[in-house]
Design a protein around this ligand. Structure first.
Ligand code: SF4
Length: 329
Protein backbone atom coordinates (compact mmCIF):
# COMPACT_ATOMS: atom_id res chain seq x y z
CA UNK A 1 0.00 0.00 0.00
CA UNK A 2 1.22 3.50 -0.85
CA UNK A 3 2.58 5.56 2.05
CA UNK A 4 1.39 8.75 0.37
CA UNK A 5 1.99 10.97 -2.61
CA UNK A 6 5.33 12.48 -3.59
CA UNK A 7 6.18 15.26 -6.00
CA UNK A 8 9.71 15.85 -7.17
CA UNK A 9 11.32 17.40 -10.21
CA UNK A 10 14.61 17.97 -11.98
CA UNK A 11 15.65 20.70 -14.36
CA UNK A 12 16.57 19.52 -17.86
CA UNK A 13 19.83 21.41 -17.88
CA UNK A 14 22.11 19.18 -19.90
CA UNK A 15 23.93 15.92 -19.58
CA UNK A 16 23.25 14.07 -16.41
CA UNK A 17 26.23 12.68 -14.50
CA UNK A 18 26.73 9.97 -11.95
CA UNK A 19 26.84 12.53 -9.13
CA UNK A 20 23.32 13.69 -10.07
CA UNK A 21 22.18 10.10 -10.05
CA UNK A 22 23.58 9.41 -6.59
CA UNK A 23 22.24 12.75 -5.33
CA UNK A 24 18.59 12.17 -6.18
CA UNK A 25 17.62 9.65 -8.80
CA UNK A 26 18.92 6.64 -6.91
CA UNK A 27 16.58 7.64 -4.08
CA UNK A 28 13.62 8.12 -6.43
CA UNK A 29 14.07 4.60 -7.77
CA UNK A 30 13.68 3.31 -4.21
CA UNK A 31 10.77 5.61 -3.36
CA UNK A 32 8.69 4.44 -6.33
CA UNK A 33 8.09 1.15 -4.51
CA UNK A 34 6.46 2.75 -1.48
CA UNK A 35 4.87 5.99 -2.66
CA UNK A 36 2.63 7.27 -5.41
CA UNK A 37 5.16 9.43 -7.25
CA UNK A 38 4.80 12.39 -9.59
CA UNK A 39 8.19 12.99 -11.20
CA UNK A 40 8.41 16.04 -13.41
CA UNK A 41 11.00 17.33 -15.84
CA UNK A 42 10.70 20.93 -14.72
CA UNK A 43 11.51 22.86 -17.87
CA UNK A 44 9.89 26.07 -16.58
CA UNK A 45 12.38 26.04 -13.72
CA UNK A 46 15.22 25.76 -16.22
CA UNK A 47 14.03 29.10 -17.65
CA UNK A 48 14.48 30.87 -14.33
CA UNK A 49 18.23 30.91 -14.86
CA UNK A 50 18.70 29.95 -18.52
CA UNK A 51 16.06 31.99 -20.31
CA UNK A 52 18.34 33.52 -22.92
CA UNK A 53 19.00 30.40 -24.97
CA UNK A 54 16.17 27.89 -24.95
CA UNK A 55 17.22 25.99 -28.06
CA UNK A 56 18.55 22.96 -26.17
CA UNK A 57 15.46 22.39 -24.01
CA UNK A 58 13.78 19.70 -26.22
CA UNK A 59 17.02 17.71 -26.48
CA UNK A 60 17.64 18.04 -22.75
CA UNK A 61 14.11 16.86 -21.94
CA UNK A 62 14.60 13.80 -24.15
CA UNK A 63 17.95 12.99 -22.54
CA UNK A 64 16.57 13.43 -19.05
CA UNK A 65 13.65 11.09 -19.73
CA UNK A 66 16.11 8.57 -21.17
CA UNK A 67 18.29 8.84 -18.04
CA UNK A 68 15.31 8.38 -15.73
CA UNK A 69 14.04 5.33 -17.59
CA UNK A 70 17.54 3.84 -17.74
CA UNK A 71 17.93 4.35 -14.01
CA UNK A 72 14.83 2.24 -13.47
CA UNK A 73 11.93 4.65 -12.97
CA UNK A 74 8.85 2.74 -14.04
CA UNK A 75 6.51 4.80 -16.24
CA UNK A 76 3.54 2.61 -15.28
CA UNK A 77 4.08 2.96 -11.56
CA UNK A 78 4.98 6.68 -11.60
CA UNK A 79 3.54 9.73 -13.27
CA UNK A 80 6.46 10.98 -15.37
CA UNK A 81 5.78 14.20 -17.23
CA UNK A 82 7.02 17.56 -18.51
CA UNK A 83 6.05 20.51 -16.32
CA UNK A 84 5.25 23.06 -19.03
CA UNK A 85 2.80 20.67 -20.71
CA UNK A 86 0.54 20.95 -17.68
CA UNK A 87 -0.50 24.58 -17.84
CA UNK A 88 -1.99 24.51 -14.35
CA UNK A 89 1.55 24.85 -12.93
CA UNK A 90 1.77 28.33 -14.44
CA UNK A 91 -1.75 29.25 -13.35
CA UNK A 92 -1.28 28.22 -9.74
CA UNK A 93 2.11 29.91 -9.66
CA UNK A 94 0.47 33.16 -10.72
CA UNK A 95 -2.29 32.89 -8.12
CA UNK A 96 0.17 32.08 -5.33
CA UNK A 97 2.34 35.02 -6.37
CA UNK A 98 -0.56 37.38 -5.61
CA UNK A 99 -0.59 36.48 -1.93
CA UNK A 100 3.08 35.83 -1.15
CA UNK A 101 4.89 38.70 0.58
CA UNK A 102 7.98 39.73 -1.35
CA UNK A 103 10.07 39.57 1.83
CA UNK A 104 9.43 35.82 2.12
CA UNK A 105 11.05 35.26 -1.26
CA UNK A 106 13.92 37.67 -0.70
CA UNK A 107 14.99 36.03 2.53
CA UNK A 108 15.52 32.54 1.03
CA UNK A 109 19.23 31.98 1.80
CA UNK A 110 20.10 30.52 -1.59
CA UNK A 111 18.53 33.46 -3.46
CA UNK A 112 21.29 36.01 -2.88
CA UNK A 113 24.04 33.38 -3.09
CA UNK A 114 22.87 32.14 -6.45
CA UNK A 115 22.32 35.65 -7.71
CA UNK A 116 25.97 36.41 -7.00
CA UNK A 117 27.28 33.07 -8.18
CA UNK A 118 25.48 33.13 -11.53
CA UNK A 119 26.09 36.86 -11.86
CA UNK A 120 29.82 36.12 -11.67
CA UNK A 121 29.35 33.72 -14.59
CA UNK A 122 27.87 36.58 -16.64
CA UNK A 123 24.22 35.55 -16.24
CA UNK A 124 21.74 38.27 -15.44
CA UNK A 125 19.15 36.59 -13.28
CA UNK A 126 17.94 39.68 -11.53
CA UNK A 127 14.49 38.77 -12.77
CA UNK A 128 10.99 38.36 -11.43
CA UNK A 129 11.03 34.71 -12.53
CA UNK A 130 14.19 33.86 -10.61
CA UNK A 131 12.95 35.50 -7.42
CA UNK A 132 9.69 33.59 -7.82
CA UNK A 133 11.40 30.23 -8.20
CA UNK A 134 10.23 28.92 -4.79
CA UNK A 135 6.72 30.08 -5.66
CA UNK A 136 6.72 27.90 -8.77
CA UNK A 137 8.16 25.05 -6.74
CA UNK A 138 5.31 25.40 -4.24
CA UNK A 139 2.76 25.34 -7.06
CA UNK A 140 4.40 22.17 -8.47
CA UNK A 141 4.03 20.34 -5.17
CA UNK A 142 0.60 21.39 -4.01
CA UNK A 143 -0.99 21.13 -7.44
CA UNK A 144 -0.88 17.37 -6.84
CA UNK A 145 -1.61 17.70 -3.11
CA UNK A 146 1.63 15.87 -2.52
CA UNK A 147 2.13 15.07 1.14
CA UNK A 148 5.88 14.49 0.74
CA UNK A 149 8.86 15.94 -1.03
CA UNK A 150 12.24 14.20 -1.06
CA UNK A 151 14.76 16.80 0.11
CA UNK A 152 18.38 17.18 1.03
CA UNK A 153 19.50 19.44 3.88
CA UNK A 154 20.15 22.36 1.51
CA UNK A 155 16.58 22.35 0.21
CA UNK A 156 14.94 22.64 3.62
CA UNK A 157 14.53 26.47 3.46
CA UNK A 158 12.67 26.11 0.15
CA UNK A 159 10.39 23.50 1.63
CA UNK A 160 9.73 25.63 4.71
CA UNK A 161 8.71 28.49 2.45
CA UNK A 162 6.44 26.16 0.45
CA UNK A 163 4.78 25.17 3.71
CA UNK A 164 4.31 28.83 4.70
CA UNK A 165 2.78 29.71 1.34
CA UNK A 166 0.48 26.68 1.60
CA UNK A 167 -0.64 27.74 5.09
CA UNK A 168 -1.32 31.25 3.86
CA UNK A 169 -3.49 30.00 1.02
CA UNK A 170 -5.37 27.63 3.33
CA UNK A 171 -5.99 30.42 5.86
CA UNK A 172 -7.01 33.04 3.33
CA UNK A 173 -9.32 30.95 1.14
CA UNK A 174 -10.01 27.37 2.05
CA UNK A 175 -7.99 24.50 3.57
CA UNK A 176 -7.53 22.68 0.30
CA UNK A 177 -3.89 21.74 0.51
CA UNK A 178 -1.91 19.45 2.79
CA UNK A 179 1.31 21.03 4.04
CA UNK A 180 4.05 19.07 2.31
CA UNK A 181 6.51 17.25 4.55
CA UNK A 182 10.16 16.73 3.73
CA UNK A 183 11.37 13.18 3.22
CA UNK A 184 14.98 13.52 4.21
CA UNK A 185 17.25 11.47 2.03
CA UNK A 186 20.80 10.63 2.91
CA UNK A 187 22.02 11.03 -0.60
CA UNK A 188 25.57 9.91 -1.16
CA UNK A 189 27.85 12.69 -2.32
CA UNK A 190 30.04 11.52 -5.14
CA UNK A 191 33.18 13.59 -5.76
CA UNK A 192 34.42 14.34 -9.25
CA UNK A 193 37.31 12.28 -10.62
CA UNK A 194 39.71 15.04 -9.51
CA UNK A 195 38.33 15.14 -5.97
CA UNK A 196 36.42 18.42 -6.34
CA UNK A 197 32.61 18.54 -6.44
CA UNK A 198 31.42 16.63 -9.49
CA UNK A 199 30.37 19.33 -11.93
CA UNK A 200 30.14 19.78 -15.68
CA UNK A 201 31.94 23.09 -15.38
CA UNK A 202 35.02 21.37 -13.90
CA UNK A 203 35.08 18.66 -16.58
CA UNK A 204 35.45 16.06 -13.83
CA UNK A 205 32.22 14.13 -14.25
CA UNK A 206 31.41 10.55 -15.07
CA UNK A 207 28.50 10.83 -17.50
CA UNK A 208 25.53 8.76 -16.44
CA UNK A 209 25.14 7.53 -20.01
CA UNK A 210 28.69 6.11 -20.12
CA UNK A 211 29.12 2.78 -21.88
CA UNK A 212 31.10 0.14 -19.93
CA UNK A 213 34.30 1.11 -21.76
CA UNK A 214 33.76 4.83 -21.20
CA UNK A 215 33.13 4.10 -17.55
CA UNK A 216 36.39 2.11 -17.28
CA UNK A 217 38.26 4.98 -18.93
CA UNK A 218 36.84 7.61 -16.55
CA UNK A 219 37.60 5.41 -13.52
CA UNK A 220 41.17 4.99 -14.77
CA UNK A 221 41.49 8.79 -14.57
CA UNK A 222 40.34 9.12 -10.94
CA UNK A 223 43.09 10.63 -8.83
CA UNK A 224 44.64 8.56 -6.07
CA UNK A 225 46.90 9.22 -3.07
CA UNK A 226 49.24 11.90 -4.50
CA UNK A 227 52.11 10.72 -2.24
CA UNK A 228 52.05 7.25 -3.71
CA UNK A 229 54.42 7.48 -6.65
CA UNK A 230 55.66 3.90 -7.04
CA UNK A 231 53.72 0.67 -6.60
CA UNK A 232 55.98 -0.23 -3.69
CA UNK A 233 55.07 3.00 -1.80
CA UNK A 234 52.54 2.42 0.94
CA UNK A 235 49.33 4.32 0.24
CA UNK A 236 46.79 6.18 2.32
CA UNK A 237 43.19 5.46 1.31
CA UNK A 238 41.96 8.33 3.49
CA UNK A 239 43.29 10.87 0.97
CA UNK A 240 42.47 8.86 -2.15
CA UNK A 241 39.53 9.85 -4.35
CA UNK A 242 39.29 6.35 -5.86
CA UNK A 243 38.82 4.98 -2.36
CA UNK A 244 35.82 7.28 -1.85
CA UNK A 245 34.30 5.62 -4.90
CA UNK A 246 35.08 2.18 -3.46
CA UNK A 247 33.18 3.16 -0.33
CA UNK A 248 30.10 3.88 -2.42
CA UNK A 249 30.25 1.18 -5.06
CA UNK A 250 32.36 -1.59 -3.56
CA UNK A 251 31.45 -1.71 0.12
CA UNK A 252 32.16 -5.45 0.40
CA UNK A 253 35.85 -5.01 -0.42
CA UNK A 254 36.78 -1.80 1.34
CA UNK A 255 38.38 -3.40 4.39
CA UNK A 256 40.56 -5.59 2.20
CA UNK A 257 41.46 -2.71 -0.13
CA UNK A 258 42.24 -0.42 2.78
CA UNK A 259 44.75 -2.95 4.14
CA UNK A 260 46.17 -3.83 0.74
CA UNK A 261 46.72 -0.15 -0.03
CA UNK A 262 48.44 0.59 3.29
CA UNK A 263 50.73 -2.44 2.91
CA UNK A 264 51.40 -1.71 -0.78
CA UNK A 265 50.20 -5.17 -1.76
CA UNK A 266 47.92 -3.69 -4.42
CA UNK A 267 48.82 -1.07 -7.00
CA UNK A 268 46.56 1.82 -7.94
CA UNK A 269 46.03 0.54 -11.47
CA UNK A 270 44.69 -2.80 -10.23
CA UNK A 271 42.76 -1.16 -7.44
CA UNK A 272 40.93 1.08 -9.91
CA UNK A 273 40.35 -1.84 -12.28
CA UNK A 274 38.52 -3.62 -9.47
CA UNK A 275 36.48 -0.51 -8.84
CA UNK A 276 35.67 -0.10 -12.54
CA UNK A 277 34.45 -3.68 -12.87
CA UNK A 278 32.26 -3.27 -9.83
CA UNK A 279 30.75 -0.08 -11.24
CA UNK A 280 30.24 -1.66 -14.67
CA UNK A 281 28.41 -4.50 -12.95
CA UNK A 282 26.21 -2.19 -10.86
CA UNK A 283 25.36 -0.04 -13.84
CA UNK A 284 24.89 -3.03 -16.15
CA UNK A 285 21.12 -3.16 -15.74
CA UNK A 286 20.91 0.57 -16.45
CA UNK A 287 22.98 0.15 -19.56
CA UNK A 288 20.66 -2.60 -20.82
CA UNK A 289 17.59 -0.44 -20.16
CA UNK A 290 19.23 2.51 -21.92
CA UNK A 291 19.74 0.40 -25.03
CA UNK A 292 16.06 -0.50 -24.92
CA UNK A 293 15.05 3.17 -25.19
CA UNK A 294 17.98 4.82 -26.96
CA UNK A 295 17.28 6.10 -30.45
CA UNK A 296 13.55 5.68 -29.93
CA UNK A 297 12.27 9.21 -29.41
CA UNK A 298 8.74 8.07 -30.33
CA UNK A 299 8.65 5.65 -27.42
CA UNK A 300 9.91 8.30 -25.01
CA UNK A 301 7.42 10.83 -26.34
CA UNK A 302 4.57 8.37 -25.79
CA UNK A 303 5.67 7.76 -22.21
CA UNK A 304 5.86 11.49 -21.49
CA UNK A 305 2.49 12.14 -23.13
CA UNK A 306 0.82 9.39 -21.14
CA UNK A 307 2.35 10.79 -17.95
CA UNK A 308 1.27 14.31 -18.87
CA UNK A 309 -2.33 13.13 -19.35
CA UNK A 310 -2.34 11.54 -15.91
CA UNK A 311 -0.81 14.66 -14.33
CA UNK A 312 -3.27 16.97 -16.10
CA UNK A 313 -6.29 15.17 -14.70
CA UNK A 314 -5.11 15.64 -11.13
CA UNK A 315 -3.96 19.21 -11.77
CA UNK A 316 -7.26 20.21 -13.41
CA UNK A 317 -9.28 18.85 -10.49
CA UNK A 318 -7.13 20.79 -8.01
CA UNK A 319 -7.49 24.01 -9.98
CA UNK A 320 -11.29 23.62 -9.96
CA UNK A 321 -11.12 23.69 -6.16
CA UNK A 322 -8.67 26.60 -6.16
CA UNK A 323 -10.80 28.72 -8.47
CA UNK A 324 -13.89 28.03 -6.41
CA UNK A 325 -12.07 28.88 -3.18
CA UNK A 326 -10.85 32.15 -4.70
CA UNK A 327 -14.20 33.03 -6.30
CA UNK A 328 -12.74 32.88 -9.78
CA UNK A 329 -15.58 30.82 -11.22
FE1 SF4 B 1 43.76 4.66 -3.74
FE2 SF4 B 1 43.58 2.10 -4.26
FE3 SF4 B 1 45.79 3.48 -4.91
FE4 SF4 B 1 45.24 2.99 -2.38
S1 SF4 B 1 45.68 1.49 -3.94
S2 SF4 B 1 45.90 4.97 -3.24
S3 SF4 B 1 43.00 3.08 -2.36
S4 SF4 B 1 43.73 3.73 -5.75
Amino acid sequence: MSKGRIFSGMQPSGKFHLGNYMGALENWVKLQNDYECFFSIVDLHALTSAYADTSKIPENIYNMALDWLSAGLDPEKNVIFVQSKVKEHAELHLLLSMMTPLSWLERVPTYKDKLQQLGAQGKDINTYGFLGYPELMTADIILYKAGFVPVGEDQLPHLELAREITRRFNNLYSPIFPEPQGLMSEAAVLPGIDGRKMSKSYGNTIPFASSPDELRERVRMIITDPQRIKKTDKGNPDVCVAFKFHKLFNKEEIVEIDQACRSASIGCVDCKKRLAEKMVHIMGAMHVRRQEYEGKPEKIREILEAGTERARKVAAATMEEVREAMHLQ
